[in-house]
Ligand binder design. Structure first.
Ligand code: ZN
Length: 261
C-alpha cells in the first residue's frame, strides 16, 4: 500500500514522498497442508478495485493491486495449489485482511464468533465500510471460537487447530480481532494483525507516526480496549523477547526483517 505522506505514515523521509505499508501474511507448512494467517487482498480485488474494496480504502491506502503479490499467486510460485491451503486464520475480516479468502474456497476459516458476526451483520456505518460482503460471498467454511479461559504467555487465548496455533483475542480494533500465535521451533511467532501498526508502538516508550495514530484511534470499535491490549502486547514484548517474536500486519520495518532472512 502506498498512502500519501511518508513522514506521517512511516516516520521517515518527507511528507511529499509516498509512504509504504504491507499486508503481512504468514504461510505455514503444517502436517496436513498449508496454513495462512491473514490473506491481504485477493485476485478479484485486484481486478475490480474500488467497486470491491470501497473508495475510502482505495483513497487512504492506495494499494498497488498487483495480482503477483496476492497470497494465491505467491503460494503458486512456491509450487503449491490453492487447494493445498487447508486452514486460514484471519486476525480479523477488514477489507485488507479478508480479500484473499475467495481465492481459497476449500479452506477452513478459523475466527472468533464476534468477528464473523460483525462482518456479516455490519451493524454500524463504519462497519459497512470496513467489511466488504463480496469478499465473503463465496460462503467461507467457518470454524468459530469463543474467547476462552486458557492462557498463553499470560494472555487470554483459544487453542485453534493444535497446541501450536493459538488465537489471542485482542478486542478493540474490531469486535473480534485476534492475534495469532504460531509455534516455530523453540520460539513463537505472534501475528498481531492490526492490534498495532508501527514497530515503535512495541517499545517501552511507544512512538507512532501521526497518520497511523489518528487512523487507529479513528477506526477502533473500542479505542480504550485497543490501547489496553496494545499495552499488554508491549509488556509481552518487553518480558518475553526470547520466546516470542511479534509483528503487526502493516509495518514495513518488521516485514523487512523476514524478507532479509
Ligand atoms: Zn489492516
Amino acid at each position: 500500500m502506498c498512502p500519501f505522506g511518508r513522514s506521517i505514515v512511516n516516520g521517515t523521509g518527507s511528507f511529499f514522498e509516498v509512504g509504504r505499508m504491507v499486508a503481512h501474511v504468514l504461510l505455514i507448512e503444517g502436517e496436513d497442508g498449508l496454513v495462512a494467517v491473514d490473506t491481504g487482498v485477493g485476485l478479484d480485488d485486484c481486478r475490480e478495485g474500488a467497486a470491491r474494496l470501497g473508495h475510502g480504502f482505495m483513497a487512504f491506502a492506495r494499494p498497488t493491486l498487483d495480482p503477483a503479490e496476492t497470497l494465491l499467486r505467491q503460494v503458486e510460485r512456491l509450487g503449491f495449489r490453492a487447494s493445498d491451503v487447508k486452514h486460514i486464520l484471519p486476525t480479523h475480516l477488514d477489507v485488507d485482511h479478508a480479500g484473499g479468502l475467495p481465492d481459497f474456497p476449500e479452506a477452513t476459516v478459523h475466527i472468533l464468533e464476534a468477528e464473523k458476526t460483525a462482518a456479516i451483520e455490519r451493524r454500524t456505518l463504519p462497519e459497512r465500510l470496513r467489511y466488504r460482503p463480496a469478499q465473503l460471498a463465496h460462503g467461507p467454511r467457518w470454524k468459530v471460537y469463543e474467547p476462552g479461559g486458557e492462557r498463553w504467555m499470560g494472555l487470554s487465548s483459544v487453542r485453534a487447530l493444535s497446541d501450536d496455533v493459538v488465537l489471542v483475542p485482542t478486542y478493540g480494533h474490531t469486535r473480534g480481532h485476534a492475534c495469532v500465535a504460531v509455534r516455530a521451533g523453540e520460539k513463537w511467532l505472534l501475528h498481531c494483525g492490526d492490534a498495532y501498526f508501527f514497530h515503535g508502538e512495541m517499545q517501552p516508550e511507544p512512538t507512532c507516526p501521526p497518520a497511523l495514530r489518528f487512523f487507529q484511534g479513528h477506526v477502533a470499535i473500542d479505542d480504550r480496549a485497543r490501547l489496553e491490549n496494545q499495552a499488554r502486547l508491549r509488556t509481552l514484548h518487553a518480558e518475553r523477547k526470547a520466546d516470542v517474536e511479534l509483528f503487526s500486519a502493516h509495518c514495513i520495518v518488521e516485514f523487512a526483517r523476514y524478507q532479509a532472512s
